[in-house]
Design a protein around this ligand. Structure first.
Ligand code: G3P
Length: 214
C-alpha cells in the first residue's frame, strides 16, 4: 500500500518524510487555504520536496477553466497529479488530460457508480472520502469494498486512493480490503506507530537489561 500524506503543510510533509512514510502528497483547496500562502507557490515547493505524486486541485468548475488550470499545474513538474471533482466537467477534463498522458486524481467520490465513471474516464486515482460518509451515518469503508470489486471485475487500472481518513482503523480496513493508496493526515500517521504494549514491553526489556548488567 502506498502512503500519501494529506496536507499542504511543508513542515508536516518534512516530518513525515523523516519517518520514511511519504510515497506522495495530496492537497485540496481547504488544505491549501490553511497555509495562508499562494497555492501555486506551495505546490511548487511540495513538488521539489517530494519525488512521489503530488495532487493539486483545480478551482474552476467548468471544462475550459479546469483544462486551462490543469495545463498550468502539469507544467509545475513531472510528479504533478491534477485533482478534479467528480462532476460532468471534471470527468470531461479527466478524459482529455488522460489522453494527453497527464495524471489525474478524481476526488469527492461517494459512490461506486461515480468511481466507475472516473475509471472509464481514465482517472489515474479515485479518491473516495470515507470519513465524510461516516459523518452522515454511512460506512465509508463499504464504498472502498464496492469499488475494489467493480475495478477487479473489469481489470480497471485506476488506483483506489482512500481519502478523508480520520483514524488508524480507517487505514487498517483500507489495507485489509487492498486499496492501492491511503492519503493520511499527519496527525493520524503519528498514531499508527505507537501501541501501549510496545511501550510497556520495551520499558521491561530495558529494565531487565539494566538489572542484569549491575
Ligand atoms: O483528501 C481529502 C481529505 O483532505 C478530506 O478530508 O477530513 O476534510 O473529510 P476531510
Amino acid at each position: 500500500m502506498k502512503f500519501f500524506i494529506d496536507t499542504a503543510d511543508i513542515e508536516e510533509i518534512t516530518q513525515a518524510q523523516s519517518l520514511g512514510l511519504v510515497d506522495g502528497v495530496t492537497t485540496n483547496p481547504s488544505l491549501m487555504a490553511q497555509t495562508g500562502r499562494d497555492p501555486i507557490a506551495v505546490t511548487k515547493e511540495i513538488c521539489k520536496l517530494v519525488t512521489g505524486p503530488v495532487s493539486a486541485e483545480v478551482i474552476s468548475t467548468d471544462f475550459e477553466g479546469m483544462y486551462s488550470e490543469a495545463q498550468a499545474l502539469a507544467e509545475i513538474g513531472p510528479n504533478i497529479v491534477v485533482k478534479l471533482p467528480l462532476t460532468i466537467d471534471g470527468l470531461k477534463t479527466c478524459q482529455k488530460l488522460s489522453n494527453q498522458g497527464i495524471k489525474t486524481n478524481v476526488t469527492l467520490c461517494f459512490s461506486a457508480n461515480q468511481a466507475l465513471l472516473a475509471a472509464k474516464s481514465g482517472a489515474t486515482y479515485i479518491s473516495p472520502f470515507v470519513g465524510r460518509l461516516d459523518d452522515i451515518g454511512q460506512t465509508g469503508m463499504d464504498l472502498i469494498e464496492e469499488i475494489k470489486v467493480v475495478y477487479q471485475n473489469y481489470s480497471l487500472p485506476t488506483e483506489i486512493l482512500v481519502a478523508s481518513i480520520r483514524h488508524p482503523i480507517h487505514l487498517k480496513e483500507a489495507a485489509m480490503i487492498g486499496a492501492d493508496v491511503a492519503t493520511i493526515p499527519y496527525s493520524v500517521m503519528t498514531k499508527l506507530i505507537s501501541h501501549p504494549l510496545t511501550t510497556i514491553g520495551l520499558e521491561k526489556f530495558l529494565a531487565d537489561h539494566a538489572k542484569s548488567s549491575k
